[in-house]
Design a protein around this ligand. Structure first.
Ligand SMILES: Cc1cc2nc3c(=O)[nH]c(=O)nc-3n(C[C@H](O)[C@H](O)[C@H](O)COP(=O)(O)OP(=O)(O)OC[C@H]3O[C@@H](n4cnc5c(N)ncnc54)[C@H](O)[C@@H]3O)c2cc1C
Length: 412
């Protein structure tokens, strides 16, 4: 029985597949087939070698995974549920590879799609959809993580050009990207001079506001360097970026959604994808543990015959099914246009933390063999530590849900 068939029959105890349309099942099966064929045979070695398999980019593009939820400009125009299902299948392979799709599609392409001019969309999105152009998304800084409003990177209008200075940290794909979306502070006066300050906004000229910039990575003064010796997301790439007097044309600024609304529109897309994706890693972990336990003999019986093992498998599968139902409900709300921000936070927070617990518990079933690359749970658990931290930590999402319940903002 292939892993794909096993996924349907063994862990889908609530028959969630029956709630999916034919188009959604088709997306699921196409991405699952790709993961089975191209990712599973190689992922342990890539993780060991800290290798991001760039050779998969054209095939991911061919599957329509880059910007698959964006309409037009050569993008997929698929539904939110289809996008979520694709993320779950990719992350069943590896969180690092799902991250590639999130960075390219949910972050870099969405930044242009939601905040860019028509000309910017025409220029960048079609080639990003085909993977000819790789993008990255620079929001986090060495001293500004959960609180991006404290960012120090800034852009100044000098002789008709924007001059960017600052530093970014943890930026996915930056050393292989052709284009970077850089979030930086600009003065209201400069935004007005560039013709991108909203009419009717009466803020004083010297106030600083966050804006996005499209920065080709070949720009003089732009430097990216990979972060080494990671213990998580090893088949993926995160980088430091330095901006030293990096000059871009006046029309490199994203004209719409000034302030943190700009990047947050993108983060919401990525968080939505993670709420689905993390469960793929959990599901894959259960699959490995179940297969192993059914053939591993101890004290004269397979591990599956012991009540303690069955309790672990039952609890994990119930938690997985609950998370999948939450993701599906979130996706249906997203497609209906009724999804609310606290719902994204609930699903991102809980589905990631449940998935980490599942991956770790599965590792216990594998015994000593579970610490080798022959099995997926410990790799998934290590990757999920990053997933738990990026796109809003547990604490940040807890505070968002807490604010919804109490009406009190307790962030600072
Ligand atoms: C693998 C990986 C990929 C990433 N990719 C990108 C990317 O492509 N682009 C990008 O811009 N960024 C990226 N990031 C950065 C990521 O978004 C940040 O790491 C994240 O926002 C947390 O910021 P920080 O690491 O600076 O931690 P901090 O913000 O310093 O947080 C440290 C701890 O303090 C807690 N904390 C912070 N504020 C509060 C509070 N008010 N109340 C209670 N607790 C609080 C946090 O929850 C956390 O537990 C990536 C990170 C990783 C690890």
């Amino acid at each position: 029985m292939s892993k794909t068939q096993l996924r349907n029959s063994k862990t889908d105890l609530f028959n969630i597949a029956s709630m999916l349309t034919d188009a959604e099942l088709e997306v699921r099966d196409k991405v699952a087939e790709f993961v089975d064929r191209r990712v599973r045979p190689n992922i342990a070695q890539w993780f060991d070698d800290a290798h991001l398999p760039m050779e998969l980019i054209p095939e991911m593009a061919e599957l329509g995974l880059f910007g698959m939820h964006i309409d037009g400009y050569g993008c997929g125009g698929r539904s939110a549920v289809e996008y979520g299902i694709a993320m779950q299948e990719m992350e069943a392979g590896d969180s690092g590879l799902r991250t590639v799709i999130s960075v390219q599609g949910s972050l870099a392409m969405t930044a242009i799609a939601k905040n860019g001019s028509e000309e910017q969309k025409q220029t960048w999105l079609p080639k990003m959809a085909t993977g000819e152009i790789i993008g990255c998304f620079g929001l986090t800084e060495p001293t500004a993580g959960s609180d991006p409003s404290s960012m120090a990177t800034h852009a100044k209008l000098v002789n008709g050009e924007w001059v960017l200075n600052g530093a970014k940290r943890w930026i996915g794909l930056a050393t292989v990207a052709q284009v970077a979306i850089i979030w930086a502070k600009v003065s209201v006066a400069d935004a007005k001079a560039a013709g991108v300050h909203p009419d009717g906004d009466t803020r004083p000229d010297d106030e600083m506001v966050v804006r996005g910039f499209i920065v080709p990575t070949e720009t003089a003064g732009f430097r990216a360097e990979a972060i080494e010796q990671k213990l998580s997301m090893r088949a993926s790439l995160q980088c430091d970026i330095a901006l030293d007097d990096a000059r871009v044309p006046v029309d490199a600024i994203l004209p719409h959604n000034p302030g943190l609304r700009g990047p947050f529109l993108c983060l919401n897309e990525a968080r939505y994808g993670i709420a689905w994706g993390a469960l793929g890693a959990a599901r894959d972990s259960i699959k490995d543990a179940l297969e192993y336990a059914s053939t591993r003999m101890q004290f004269g019986k397979p591990l599956t015959a012991y009540q303690l093992t069955q309790k672990k498998l039952a609890d994990m599968t119930i938690a997985l099914n609950k998370g999948q139902l939450m993701a599906l409900q979130l996706g249906r709300a997203n497609d209906a246009g009724t999804m609310e921000l606290h719902q994204i936070s609930m699903a991102k927070l809980d589905n990631v933390r449940v998935s980490i617990e599942i991956a770790r518990e599965c590792r216990t079933i594998l015994g000593g063999n579970g610490i080798t690359g022959d099995y997926s749970p410990l790799r998934h658990a290590n990757n999920l530590e990053s997933v738990r931290t990026y796109e809003g930590t547990d604490e940040v999402h807890t505070l968002i849900v807490g604010q919804k319940l109490t009406g009190e903002a307790a962030f600072s």
